[in-house]
Each structure stands twice: as structure tokens, then as C-alpha cells.
Design a protein around this ligand. Structure first.
Ligand SMILES: Nc1ncnc2c1ncn2[C@@H]1O[C@H](COP(=O)(O)OP(=O)(O)OP(=O)(O)O)[C@@H](O)[C@H]1O
Length: 455
């Protein structure tokens, strides 16, 4: 009886897939991958020809065919070097024929997508003459499911899924500072929450500046070594971080001790070159709503603003070697925020733009590094919060979406790893108190007060 039930379920799933009613992840993992692999193998040559990805046969083969009176050889498609099924689709390695280039394949991705009836196809050059095609069988960004096992390295955390099914990492050693922008309700806080939840398990110090009175970061306070919830505290905190940075530089300097017999590779240039027992804890500084730090309404606030922006610029310029990494988040981050902002932006190599309301905002993230990503950022629909375009200084970019981590899940992750929270000597004064704050006085009565009855 169980066999009959199982057979009926499998039949329904197979029919549903073939008729394309719905293609969720489980369908893909059961049948889709086999069907797609067969489809790609069967149609490969004809699709490549239809998409203009073939080259004429070499002259010696034409001459040989003429001499022996055999039929003229066909045009040749790129060699299919390897096909690998993945959790979300297929990965193909193509060996290019003489005369083809990676741009030809990239330009044909949309045609290949339709021809192989896949959800998405992207290409990238692996090395000279070899191109990788990543195909996804269903919309992986619709409901993000991160792989259960992700390769982890120090200071590299998985934060989102890319539209080609690969994991998007935030790698602090490769890209020390980053900027995340997006309109209100576009998914910035959820992205940042994911980042904190992932960083919580690493031996790093988290420092937060959240000028929304701390509503985003204070619930995660147990894993933070220092927190500021207003511009005045942020000013002092950044000053303390600069002092910490100078201390780390002194330590690196003291450890260099260059003599003629020290090999080049052994001379410490940043904290990662120091021996484990001496290496200071790396610090990730998360700034939420950065514009709040840059706005002012009187002379005193203007002086404070200048101090804050100067400190951020100095941390962005010098922090990497001292193991201080910036993660700046805001709705807009352009020259209208005043002196020093574009200088700071230039130091933020990693760029992520969630949905933005205008082209100018997208330009703030990508105008100077990947102009075609600007168009992708303004095309993000309003009904899919969390979808973002992530790029870096190499000009490459991807559409990504972070998993929907709730505040409760992030709080649990931070509480679970609270014992890893390091104490940074100079920043002890900013360590958040984990006792709940006193309830503020109620300003507006929740219930309308009834008017006194008069005689
Ligand atoms: N990756 C995601 N997947 C699914 N839903 C998401 C995702 N990111 C955000 N959302 C939804 O969008 C809502 C708004 O997200 P979020 O609070 O992160 O926006 P925000 O850009 O920080 O807004 P604001 O600037 O107003 O604080 C969330 O409550 C959540 O329901």
C-alpha cells in the first residue's frame, strides 16, 4: 500500500513538473535536475547553433571532406567540458573554440535561458578559453534557502543568495569596508541583521552605531562590545576607536623588528601577520542610518558632525591593517550630506543597493564602479523587499537576497554567542547594559480621555 501511495505521489510531482504548474526547490531536487540535464544534453548542439554560438569547421576538415567526397562537416559548438547538478540548477563548463570569446556567451545568456527553459543563466570566464554557465531551475530569490553547509573562512560570512544560486559572502579581508543603501522598507535592516547573526559566531568584536535610538541594534546588545544610540555617544565612540587603532599600529610596529635575517614574508604589515597570541581582535563597526550622523541644525552639531565624518574617513583609510572594518548603512549617501561624504564613500569598496526610489540614489552606490548595476538597482520591484544588487570595485555585480531572518532569530544567535563578546579596553565605557531600559513616560494617552461631565 505504501508503495502505491509513494508511486502516486511521485507521478503527481512528475506531472506537475512536466506541466510546469509550480517549480519549487523540492521539485527541482527530485525531478527537475534530471529532466534539465537530459534536456541540455539532447538540445545542446542545436541550441548553441540557434543562439549563434558556433564557429565554422577548420579549413583542413573542409579540405579533407572535399578530397574524400564526404559531407561538409557541421559548424562546431563550444566543447561541453563538464556538467554538474547543484541544489538550484546546473553548472556547465564550456571550452571555447578558436574565434569565440566569453563576451559572446555572456551576450547569449538570455537566449540560452529561453532555449533550455531555465529560470536564469549567467556566465563567467574561468580562465582563458573556459567559460562557466550557471543555470537555475527556479526563482531562487523568491524564498531564499541558504545551503545547509557553507564553506566558512575567518572574516568571511555568508549573508545572501545570488540569483545564480551561489552564496554571496561578505569577505572582510578581501573587501574591508562596505556601503549598503536602500529606500525605506527595502530590506536594509534584515540584511544587516543577517550579517550580525553570522558574525556573532566568529571571534570578532562588534561595535554598533544606531541613531534610530538603538531600535535595530540594541536587541542584539549581548554580542556587542560597544554601542552608541545617538550622535553624541557616536562621536565619543569613534574617538575611542581611533585611539584603539593607534594602539594596534603601535603593536604591529613593535613586532616588526626588521633585521637583515628576517624574511620578507615574516615582516608584519597588518594584524593578520602577527602571531596568534599577539593578534588583536578584529572589529566590525556597523553604522545604521548614517545620514543621522551627518545632519546638523546648529553650530555645535556642525562641529560634532565634522568630527564624526573625519573619524569615519580616518577609520576607512587606515582601519584595514588594524583589523577595523566598516559596514555603513543608509537610505542615501551622497554629496548633499556635506563635506567629506564622497571621500568616505570612495573608501567603501563593497556596495549593496536595495530598492531605491530614484536613479541618483542608485548612482551613489554604483555610478563610480559599475554603471550597468545602476539600472538593475532601480528595476528592483517594490513587492520584493530584500532583493538587492551587490557589486564591488572590479565592476562585477549580482542580484542577491538575504534570508528573511527575524529579529527574534538574530537575538537568539547573539545570545547564544554572548560568551564570545570580547572586551576592548578603550571601549569599555560604551559596552551596552543588557538590563531593559526603564519604560519611558507615556506622552500620548492610548485611550482618549473622556471630557469631564459638567452639570
Ligand atoms: N530578505 C527578505 N526576505 C523577505 N522579506 C524581507 C527581506 N528583507 C526585508 N523583508 C521585509 O521587508 C520589511 C522591511 O524590511 P527592513 O526593516 O529591513 O527595511 P529597511 O530598509 O531597514 O527599512 P527602514 O529604512 O524603514 O528601517 C521587513 O519587515 C520584512 O518583512
Amino acid at each position: 500500500m505504501e508503495w502505491l501511495t509513494a508511486a502516486v505521489v511521485l507521478l503527481v510531482v512528475a506531472v506537475a513538473g512536466v506541466l510546469r504548474w509550480r517549480r519549487p526547490a523540492w521539485y527541482w531536487l527530485t525531478f527537475g535536475v534530471v529532466l534539465a540535464a537530459v534536456r541540455v544534453l539532447v538540445r545542446y548542439t542545436s541550441v548553441m547553433e540557434a543562439c549563434g554560438l558556433t564557429v565554422p569547421p577548420p579549413r583542413w576538415r573542409l579540405a579533407l571532406a572535399r578530397l574524400t567526397g564526404r559531407p561538409v562537416p557541421q559548424a562546431r559548438a563550444p566543447r561541453l567540458l563538464r556538467m554538474r547538478p547543484t541544489r538550484t540548477g546546473l553548472v556547465l563548463r564550456l571550452g571555447l573554440r578558436p574565434g569565440q570569446d566569453a563576451f559572446d556567451v555572456a551576450a547569449s545568456c538570455d537566449r540560452l535561458r529561453h532555449s533550455f527553459t531555465m529560470q536564469g543563466v549567467t556566465s563567467r570566464e574561468i580562465r582563458s578559453g573556459v567559460v562557466e554557465l550557471r543555470m537555475t531551475g527556479y526563482d531562487v530569490l523568491k524564498r531564499v534557502q541558504m545551503p545547509a553547509v557553507v564553506e566558512r573562512f575567518p572574516m568571511r560570512v555568508p549573508v545572501a543568495l545570488r540569483e545564480d544560486g551561489a552564496v554571496h559572502f561578505r569577505d572582510y579581508r578581501a573587501c574591508p569596508h562596505a556601503l549598503t543603501i536602500g529606500a525605506t522598507k527595502s530590506g536594509k535592516s534584515v540584511y544587516q541583521r543577517n550579517l550580525v547573526a553570522e558574525l556573532a559566531a566568529l571571534p570578532v568584536a562588534l561595535v554598533g552605531i544606531d541613531c534610530k535610538q538603538g531600535v535595530e541594534l540594541y536587541p542584539l546588545a549581548r554580542r556587542f562590545s560597544a554601542l552608541a544610540d545617538n550622535p553624541d555617544t557616536a562621536d565619543d565612540l569613534l574617538g575611542a576607536l581611533l585611539t584603539h587603532m593607534e594602539g594596534v599600529y603601535q603593536l604591529i610596529r613593535a613586532e616588526q623588528r626588521i633585521t637583515a635575517d628576517v624574511l620578507d614574508a615574516e615582516i608584519a604589515a597588518d594584524i593578520w601577520d602577527l602571531p596568534d597570541h599577539l593578534r588583536p581582535t578584529p572589529v566590525v563597526v556597523l553604522v545604521d542610518e548614517v545620514a543621522e550622523l551627518a545632519l546638523f541644525s546648529n553650530k555645535d552639531e556642525e562641529k560634532r558632525r565634522d568630527r564624526i565624518i573625519t573619524a569615519l574617513v580616518r577609520l576607512a583609510q587606515l582601519g584595514r591593517a588594524a583589523g577595523i572594518y566598516l559596514e555603513i548603512c543608509g537610505q542615501r549617501f551622497g554629496s548633499e550630506l556635506g563635506k567629506g561624504i564622497t571621500m568616505l564613500r570612495a573608501q567603501l569598496t563593497g556596495r549593496t543597493a536595495h530598492r531605491v526610489n530614484d536613479e541618483t540614489s542608485a548612482n551613489m552606490a554604483f555610478g563610480d564602479i559599475a554603471p550597468d548595476a545602476v539600472l538593475a538597482a532601480i528595476q528592483i520591484p517594490t513587492d520584493t523587499p530584500g532583493i538587492a544588487v551587490a557589486g564591488d570595485a572590479t565592476g562585477g555585480w549580482h542580484r542577491i537576497r538575504a534570508p528573511h531572518t527575524t529579529l527574534r532569530q538574530a537575538v537568539n544567535a547573539c545570545n547564544r554567542h554572548a560568551h564570545l563578546t570580547p572586551v576592548l579596553p578603550g571601549l569599555d565605557a560604551f559596552r551596552p547594559s543588557v538590563a531593559p531600559p526603564a519604560r519611558p513616560p507615556v506622552v500620548f494617552p492610548a485611550q482618549p480621555v473622556e471630557a469631564p461631565t459638567t452639570a
